[in-house]
Write a new protein. Sequence first.
Lengths: 312, 368
Amino acid sequence: MDAETVKATVESANVIMGWLEKAKEYLKPFKPEVKSMVVNYKNRRSEINLLIHVPDGIRRKAHSVEVPAYQNFTVQDMLDETFARVGGLWRYEDGKWKLDPAKLPKSETYLVMLRGVVPPETLNQLVRVQPAINRDQTDEIDRYWLDCMLRNVALLEKIWQELNIEEVDVGVKVGIERCFSTTIPKEFKQRLEATRRWVAAGRGKDRQEILLAWRRMRTINQGSKVSADDILQTIYKLTTGDAFGNFLAVDSPYRVGEIRREERFSGLFPARMAVEATAELGLKRPVAEGYLTFKKKDYTQEIKVSLDKLQA
Amino acid sequence: MIGHPLEVGDHPLKPSEFVKLHIAPWALPNEDIPIHIRWESGFEFQTVRINIPEGFAFAEFVNLDEVQIEGLSATVEKSKISRGDASTYFGCVVRYTRIPDEATHEGKVIFSFADGAQSKFSSELTARIFRPLLTFVNPPKSIELTDASKLRTLPLYLKYTGFGDIQLRVEAVIGGSIVSEGGSVAHEIVRRLWLSEISEVDQDANVEKRKQTYKVQPEYVREIADEVQAILYKGELPTGEFDKEAFEEIRRWLLDQRAKDNFMNLFYSRIEDMLLSLLVDLLESHPATNVRLVDPRAKIFTRIKAPITKLMLKLKYRDLLGNNYEEQVPIEIVDRRTEGNSLLDLPIVIEKWDDKPLMNVAGIYYGR
């Protein structure tokens, strides 16, 4: 059998460092040191802290420092040794970030804070995320396993003394359709039955039956205290992030992030809720595992109570 | 583990305390199964050999510069792990690439840590594969059509015993051709628009009022309306219930409504009823906890050409990952009708479900 050697890709750091390297190059006279980097997985923002050295001699002699703006790169702020904010000395002009060293206060080192946006493909090269595609169920709950890991610890560590990737999102689509479909109240069921009869009649050619079914459906709908609209509104309220979040739990180190109805859905209510389960990964914690638990029995009970209230 | 650097006084740590392995607790066939391999720094070894059983494949390695793969075995050199000697972690992703016959399948993934020829530690993880499993219970062997027979539906009794949510489509095949059909929501709406119109019972409907009170997703309503209009253009009205003459009549009438710019009004006037019936569909669509019917209104619709016809009834289902499964049963159609009616129009109705999905697979199969 042929042995096969698989080389892992090492592009990740290259891509993410493109703009950082450029910035470092222009700051070379000041011996830049990369101190830390934080990437927010969710909004793709990255924050890099660079330490630069500006000895007295250089401060007096150096001309204006210019760093060309690169992609989304910006100089957010700068701190001197006393933590005074001197970021205002940087100015953006003709597509370049400019600094006049002569104007700097007397300080040997400065912390330059760079901000940028990381392309989505770079994030995928940094972190591997995966939720279980299928739930495991008990009578009480549905649960999904969550998994994420840093793809290449070494390359990241070579460059940054400290690296954190915040809000690594292991998104889960939590199915809720069944909770609704099993909880339709009696009064509404009659309306559904009448509709069902009309639908069935519609399949045949018996006009007399169509007429009867239509009348029956109309009578029930007119006599009904609850409109379909009331029911829909109730369903909408139960599928807001706030309401739905009460029925979710995640294992540490994960936290529940944003909760939304699935963007596109057909029919009367969303079949699934999109839930973000987020974790922070870093050189000290390169992996995270755990469960997202949906308390479906409690949620179904909540639906029942809310729909019953409509009829009260 | 004599002389190991992690020995503390008289109480040496066991390898299981400083090597931590984790595998995702369940997976569908072909689903990625992530595995974390972590150890305390100071644990000395040169290589980790990973053996997977038949039917499994390595899908991915994480935090490694290089790995040697030879069939069902992979060798990881510590020096090729990111950070070399300072490393404390790598990841491995495996997959079961077959569809098991049974609802459950297990495979042992074995990890052997070695320092040269000396074995340092070995451990195994169980990869647990679960699949959905749907079967017929006492399917009919034959269906007899007679002049007097009142056969209205083809009743089925199905049993769900596996794991995972599925979409189910019931299909009938005669001589290689599919003879079952199901209507789309848009088709159903066209038909209902027409039927309520011919019944002339809705003259008093307050169109404006309904338009105001209904707050369903406007995008969805628009999509459905577009779909309905497209059907009208193409003249693709639902067949089956209507003969040719009625078919043309419907089309003329609906296109006339369109010409009068009355279509959207008409559409909105009926939308509540239509969506109510979608909810009916939804209820019908979930006959069992894990099953969603692609078309709750499937039926067999064909012309029977011989006194005895062999029909193959198929359960075609798909799990959330897109794996396809099929179960089939032959049914003989015996046509004894003499009145020259060769049409077979038979809704497929799943009358009974035995719903026994695998529950709590994490609790039962995991953590032992």
